[in-house]
Design a protein around this ligand. Structure first.
Ligand SMILES: NC(=O)c1ccc[n+]([C@@H]2O[C@H](COP(=O)([O-])OP(=O)(O)OC[C@H]3O[C@@H](n4cnc5c(N)ncnc54)[C@H](OP(=O)(O)O)[C@@H]3O)[C@@H](O)[C@H]2O)c1
Length: 296
């Protein structure tokens, strides 16, 4: 394995660092000397998580910004605050994610799984993209799952025809991979890279917000030996964010710090381009290509 580079003046932005895999990832990056910028919802455990990351920091103290990623207004606000405080982003880790027992809509009128797991990282990444491209070798990491769906019904993107918590979740994790691959194509010619990963099954707080069968299912799964600690699960995120081994590598899917072939549909550029267009329309970004052009 190659030697890590200096992390002096390196900035890592991470979502979902209040718990589980994101908290371990943030702690590791802070321990490696990155200035970690945490985006979380306000809660006591978010405050405790920030303190944990601060205690591990060997470089600058972590910065915490609050945003509910189910709200596009709050994503825009947090992106604007980061843009005011930082000139570049070396690592952007879209880690926050959730699953919901029943179909719910956000304040923007969007199904919640699709909003939090796909549209939120899509919008946040687009709003911060030029800062990533401005870094020496900016990296975007999408925390997806090996359970990503093998098909995408554009007429049921938001569970309009039928809703099932697991189908909505695996669809959103497919969208993470499609977004990563499409963005990698669009970033061709820049120094920035974007990859997707699966942390593998992990015993985190994931699913604890659900009720009924989905909650029982999630709790039962977490009792199986398949589910690893958040420390083990965070390894691929940390490796993709920091390792010289993956310098310049882009548009790939990883698990256990090794490249893995993602489902066949993820390699269809027409599906990815269509999802991109729909996502732009739903986030008010339609026609906004200037941030890639300007940064390239
Ligand atoms: N655990 C697994 O088995 C597994 C397997 C494959 C992939 N993954 C992926 O790994 C990622 C991390 O999950 P985890 O297992 O670490 O779960 P977790 O312990 O539940 O952590 C999820 C994080 O996302 C944040 N989040 C959720 N909804 C949010 C919202 N609306 N706004 C802002 N932040 C929000 C949570 O914040 P709060 O503290 O405010 O809720 C929390 O920090 C997810 O993308 C998940 O899909 C997990």
């Amino acid at each position: 394995m190659s030697q890590p580079e200096s992390t002096h003046n390196k900035v890592a932005v991470i979502t979902g660092a209040s718990s589980g895999i994101g908290l371990v990832t943030a702690r590791e990056l802070a321990g490696a000397g990155y200035e970690v910028v945490i985006i979380s919802r306000e809660s006591e455990h978010a405050d405790a998580a920030r303190a944990t990351v601060a205690a591990a920091a060997t470089g600058p103290a972590p910065v915490q910004y609050f945003a509910d990623l189910a709200s596009q207004a709050q994503i825009r606000d947090v992106a604007a605050r980061i843009r005011r405080s930082h000139e570049h982003i070396d690592v952007l880790i879209n880690n926050a994610g959730a699953s919901f027992s029943a179909r719910e809509q956000t304040e923007d009128g969007i199904e919640r799984t699709f909003a939090v797991n796909h549209l939120a990282p899509f919008l946040l990444t687009r709003l911060l993209l030029d800062l990533v491209v401005r870094a020496d070798a900016g990296r975007i990491v999408m925390v997806s799952s090996e359970t990503h769906s093998r098909r995408l019904d554009f007429a049921n993107l938001q569970g309009e025809k039928r809703y099932n918590f697991f189908a909505a979740y695996t669809r959103s994790k497919l969208e993470n991979v499609l977004f990563a691959y499409e963005l990698a194509r669009r970033l061709d010619g820049t120094r920035a890279t974007v990859n997707a990963l699966s942390p593998g099954p992990a015993r985190s707080r994931f699913g604890d917000n659900m009720s009924g069968f989905p909650l029982r299912f999630s709790k039962a799964m977490k009792r199986t030996p398949l589910f690893k600690s958040p420390e083990q699960a965070a390894r691929t995120s940390v490796w993709l964010a920091t390792s010289p081994d993956v310098e310049g590598v882009t548009g790939k899917f990883f698990m256990h710090s090794k490249e893995r072939r993602s489902k066949r549909i993820t390699h269809d550029p027409a599906v990815a381009a269509r999802l991109w267009t729909v996502s732009e329309e739903l986030t008010g970004l339609a026609g906004a290509t200037e941030e890639i052009d300007a940064a390239a």
